[in-house]
Design a protein around this ligand. Structure first.
Ligand code: NAP
Ligand code: MG
Length: 462
């Protein structure tokens, strides 16, 4: 494993394949009957203990998060907090997963002679396949609902962030998660990942990653028609209206694009600004970006870390070159950081066009593509600009005008939208994408639904 901040090999991790996936799935199958029938309160206690252990190992956790994916220290420090918060939220669920009683009268039966209800049951053995960005968090989105619902989970983490999952499995084991209930198999996507996705004894795949691999997962799942949930890529639109509070909006839209060096699915990479404030916003973002420190992930003051790999940096650099060639105006950034590590400066392009690659494709780097709009553009036209993409994950609207906020939040076709905030996350709020950004939503009750199924039961007498 290579630390993207230093380009040095920092550890070696076992490479699992089909054989290891088979063993983990067998162990999960074996554990499932007992775990799925365990007392809800027992699962709550184990999940709460897991959260406590994460907090007890907070420092170690942060150090691993810094190296696992090249996350700057200040963001890595949020990883244990996020994981514990998420576990505690799901710890409340086992005692609240219920079915319904229904007023069913099949074949004209007297209602007095029928009892109809649904049982909400765990979906079974789940394969989790996750990306490298914010790996601890991405993995926890699979682990917590699996434990809460009584499912067994086999997790295949990303090859570029292989240590988070191993650490989480160790703590889960210490918390009392029984053998086979949660296993981790490190390995390559086209080997271990593909073996899990096509495994005939896996009931569901919960995938987070690119839209491209999401399609492969769907194809691989056809053998036993396993259930699939997908959290995929995005190209999230951000609108700044002229009445917005600029002290809030400028840093807000800058960090929507630059946080995690743009390596997050909710990245606000398409910026639309009203012409009256466009110069002010562009200059404001450039000034804000110049204050961001690009540097060592170990340094507590670093705001922007490296990209995950040389391959990813080269890809982002190519997109920057193409944007220049296609006539976009470079406002700030556009170059590599100094020294070792796969750094790219926070970058803003103004005067972009809808047809440009930078506006259409997910960059996964700290690059914002800005376009300008005017009073001539109706809300309907603005929403059409926002929706002119195959993605539908997140977005935000920066305004103090209630009408603009209400009309735009309804008209933008995404799974998540913020007003005067971008990608506000909370364990209770559902998160998922429309269109090619995914199938299903995680977080909140939606996450419980993804890991359970309804069985309809009808009892009759007379
Ligand atoms: P990726 O290339 O799609 O990989 C995701 C996972 O799938 C990795 O574990 C990968 O293994 C595995 N994989 C690759 N090929 C596979 C195959 N044929 N069968 C089964 N598994 C396979 O994504 P990434 O580059 O790691 O992450 C970036 C992408 O994730 C972006 O598009 C981003 O938008 C998306 N993302 C979405 C969300 C969301 O919640 N919507 C959150 C975070 C990231 P290897 O690592 O070994 O290749
Ligand atoms: Mg990949």
């Amino acid at each position: 494993m290579i630390d993207p901040a230093t380009e040095k090999v920092i550890t070696k991790v076992g490479l699992g394949g089909k054989r290891e996936i088979n063993l983990a799935v067998q162990a999960a199958r074996k554990a499932f009957p007992k775990w799925s029938a365990s007392a809800p309160d027992e699962r709550t206690r184990i999940i709460l203990r897991f959260a406590e252990l994460i907090e007890e190992h907070q420092d170690e956790f942060t150090e691993l998060a810094i190296r696992d994916g090249g996350i700057p220290r200040a963001i890595a420090e949020t990883c244990p907090f996020f994981c514990a918060l998420f576990l505690r939220y799901y710890a409340g669920w086992p005692t609240k997963i219920t079915g319904q009683t229904l007023p069913s009268t099949p074949h004209g039966k007297d209602p007095a002679d029928v009892l109809a209800y649904t049982l909400r049951e765990p979906i079974g053995v789940v394969g989790g396949i996750t990306p490298w960005n914010y790996a601890f968090g991405m993995e926890m989105l699979k682990i917590a609902p699996a434990l809460a619902t009584g499912c067994c989970l086999v997790l295949k983490p990303a090859e570029e962030a292989p240590i988070a999952g191993l650490f989480l499995a160790e703590l889960a084991h210490q918390a009392g998660v029984p053998d086979g209930v949660f296993s981790v198999v490190n390995g390559l996507g086209h080997q271990a990942g593909a073996a899990l996705a096509e495994h005939p004894d896996v009931d569901k795949i919960a995938f987070t990653g690119s839209t491209e691999v999401g399609r492969l997962i769907v194809h691989a799942a056809t053998g036993n028609l396993k259930k699939v949930s997908l959290e995929l890529g995005g190209k999230s639109p951000v609108f700044v209206f002229p009445d917005a509070d600029m002290d809030l909006a400028i840093p807000g839209v800058a960090m929507a694009g630059f946080a995690m060096s743009g390596q997050n699915c909710v990245c606000g990479s398409r910026l639309y600004v009203h012409e009256d404030v466009a110069d002010q916003v562009a200059e404001g973002i450039a000034a804000f970006a110049s204050q961001l420190s690009l540097g060592s992930t170990q340094n507590a003051n670093t705001d922007v870390g490296p990209l995950i790999s040389a391959k990813q940096r080269n890809r982002v650099e190519k997109m920057i070159r193409n944007a220049k060639k296609q006539g976009a105006t470079l406002v700030c950034g556009g170059a590599r950081g100094k020294g070792k590590g796969y750094y790219i400066q926070p970058t803003l392009f103004d005067h972009c066009k809808p047809s440009m690659e930078l506006v259409k494709d997910e960059v996964f780097g700290p690059v914002i593509a800005m376009q300008r709009f005017s009073d001539k553009d109706s809300f309907e036209q603005l929403a059409a600009m926002a929706n002119d993409t195959c993605y539908g994950l997140s977005g935000s609207v920066w305004t103090r005008d209630l009408e603009a906020a209400m009309v735009m939040t309804k008209a933008i076709n995404t799974g998540q939208i913020g007003v005067n905030c971008h990608a506000a996350m909370d364990p209770s709020m559902p998160f998922g994408g429309t269109k090619e950004s995914g199938w299903g939503a995680e977080f909140g009750e939606a996450g419980i639904e993804l890991f359970t199924k309804d069985k309809a039961v009808t009892l009759m007498w007379n």
